[in-house]
Design a protein around this ligand. Structure first.
Ligand SMILES: [Zn+2]
Length: 111
């Protein structure tokens, strides 16, 4: 399962940064254009974090909306899908500038 390995990756990263301390909460950014389903991450996180220093940690998922920059008219346009078109001129030559994120933004540890 895709989300299972992502959740495991998030946990590994947090453990590395926590340096043996208990993690109480973490903020994870998930872009709306990524194929990751937040609910699945929550579920997998809970399962994978059991009996680790992340057990019981609060997982805050921050959704990052999709934004593209049009290569035709040069303006920024909101994107709701990966290959969306420019909302200003209708061009499909849109470069994605936000919305593909999948990263741990912040963790809180117990001192
Ligand atoms: Zn455009």
């Amino acid at each position: 399962m895709h989300e299972m390995s992502i959740a495991q990756g998030i946990i590994d990263l947090c453990l590395e940064h926590a340096g043996g301390r208990r993690v109480t909460s973490l903020d994870v950014e998930i872009g709306e254009l990524s194929s990751v389903v937040p609910e699945a991450i929550e579920f997998c996180f809970e399962a994978c974090s059991r009996e680790t220093l992340l057990e019981g940690a609060r997982l805050n998922i921050i959704r990052v909306s999709g934004t593209g920059q049009c290569r035709e008219c040069g303006r920024e346009t909101p994107l709701t899908e990966l290959y969306g078109s420019c909302g200003h001129c209708g061009s499909h030559r849109v470069a994605i500038v936000a919305g593909e994120e999948l990263r741990v933004r912040e963790i809180e540890v117990d001192d």
